[in-house]
Design a protein around this ligand. Structure first.
Ligand code: SF4
Length: 447
């Protein structure tokens, strides 16, 4: 069980010396209770207190970084079982798998794709995270060559998949300083694998058939001096993965089995139903997901799902309020007012671009609420619209005084006209109809 701030405070030395970076012991205790600081920052804690506090205040799932600098991603450090309880913080890294038995052209094509492919959705550029290279040949030389090839083409986070320590050692010559994830140590190989991970300061995946075995293996690797671990649950089916991954998350979050508090790894390439496995991995707690190079449709679906699951459910995705241009609008261009809920903005923007009528989008601050919700909650008002017109200088941008408002904001049309002095045109409720509206209704009003 996690300790409350006051319980933590009782265990602190109460010197208020600020050496931990906090102004008082109490603020330090509050941060520890929220998992936002570390007991090691207080130099006056004795070992016993550190052990007690460390076990209860550190994040239940360890943060593990794969790669270095810009070519890295961090996973773990999650605090809840269900997204709606708080939020999920670290989206899983999704890596495309290549094999050392593929031709150089094939390996290079996949690597270049991961490096350059990007898909923009609700204002964010979504990308895959890296390359997993499998030692299918079983030999060191082709494996090292494949890793060298990937390294030459792109500086991406890597997973090196092999059961052979000599093959992994040979590959490390080309990427050892970039902290690839080594996959995977087993009960039979953990000593050699740990030695390799320690030598290069790399994270290590460990693989076992049961949770008990995994827990034991974690302890052994910790004793061998490898702190950054990732758990491969070796699932045999979709169902098997859900059961094991959910159990691990539950045991880690409740701190019933702190030794299982590490990010989870899943390889979706075996056994068919890859799209389903990727979706389950994203939703049910996988932190490193290795896939085959996905078709464009599957790639978009995976990136979209990951973006959705890893946005904070308590904070609508918002645009900055302001005046946005679509195309190159002139003084006669229409002005369309709407809310700063990202999905509304990007949906409307897409339809406006398709209409090929240059225009202005006046985005007002409804704290990320959609039009219907903002009207119902009183967040969208005539005062807000009037102030936004002034604040963003709309009057200087156009020569007319006509404002198109969303169909769902029609109850406010009269009040907006009175407050702003602008003529209000009520647009369609469905953004998909805005093109027709501009071509037909707007043109009537501008003659
Ligand atoms: Fe208190 Fe320790 Fe922080 Fe000093 S370093 S303020 S004693 S918690």
């Amino acid at each position: 069980m996690a300790l409350k701030a006051l319980d933590i405070y009782k265990l602190l030395p109460k010197k208020n010396c600020k050496e931990c970076g906090d102004p008082t012991c109490l603020t330090f205790a509050m941060k520890l209770a929220g998992g936002k600081s570390d007991v090691d920052l207080c130099p006056y804690l004795d070992e016993q207190a550190k052990t007690v506090l460390g076990a209860t205040t550190r994040p239940p799932i360890k943060l593990v970084k794969i790669g270095v600098g810009e070519r890295s991603f961090a996973v773990g450090e999650e605090f809840v079982l269900y997204r709606h309880e708080k939020t999920f913080y670290h989206p899983p890294g999704i890596l495309f798998k290549v094999s050392d038995t593929q031709t150089p052209d094939e390996i290079i094509a996949v690597t270049k794709r991961v490096k350059s492919e990007s898909f923009t959705r609700v204002g964010s550029d979504l990308q895959f995270n890296g390359i997993a290279i499998e030692n299918t040949s079983g030999s060191a030389e082709p494996f090292a060559r494949a890793v060298e090839m990937v390294e030459k083409v792109a500086d991406l986070p890597l997973v090196l998949i092999s059961t052979s320590v000599p093959a992994l050692s040979a590959a490390m010559v080309y990427c050892g300083t970039y902290r690839p994830l080594i996959h995977a140590a087993t009960t039979a190989t953990y000593k050699e694998m740990c030695s390799l991970a320690r030598q290069h300061g790399c994270p290590l995946a460990i693989r076992a058939q049961t949770l008990d075995e995994l827990g034991e293996l974690v302890k052994k690797c910790a004793t061998e001096g490898v702190p950054d671990l990732v758990l491969d649950l070796a699932p045999t089916s979709l169902n098997d993965f859900i059961v094991r991954s959910t159990s691990i998350r539950h045991l880690a979050i409740s701190r019933s089995a702190p030794e299982l508090g590490y990010p989870v790894y899943v390889d979706t390439t075996g056994g068919g139903m890859e799209d389903a496995m990727i979706a389950l991995g994203i939703v049910k707690y996988a932190s490193v997901i290795v896939t085959s190079p996905l078709s464009p449709g599957s790639a978009k679906a995976a990136l979209t799902l990951r973006q959705n699951i890893y946005t904070d459910p308590q904070k609508p995705i918002q645009m900055n309020p302001g005046l946005y241009r679509v195309g190159t609008p002139d003084k006669d261009a229409p002005v369309l007012m709407t809310v700063n809920f990202s999905l509304t903005f990007f949906t409307l923007q897409g339809y406006l671009e398709s209409s090929r009528i240059p225009c202005f989008m006046l985005i007002v601050d409804t704290e990320g609420l959609s039009v219907l919700t903002a009207v119902a909650a009183g967040k969208l008002s005539e005062v807000l619209v009037r102030d936004s017109i002034r604040k963003f200088g709309v009057e200087q941008e156009v020569s007319h005084r006509k404002l198109i408002i969303p169909g769902y904001a029609s109850p406010l049309s009269g009040r907006i006209e009175e407050a702003t002095g602008w003529k209000v045109l009520v647009g369609p409720r469905d953004a998909a109809e805005i093109g027709d509206f501009l071509h037909e209704e707007w043109k009537k009003h501008v003659g």
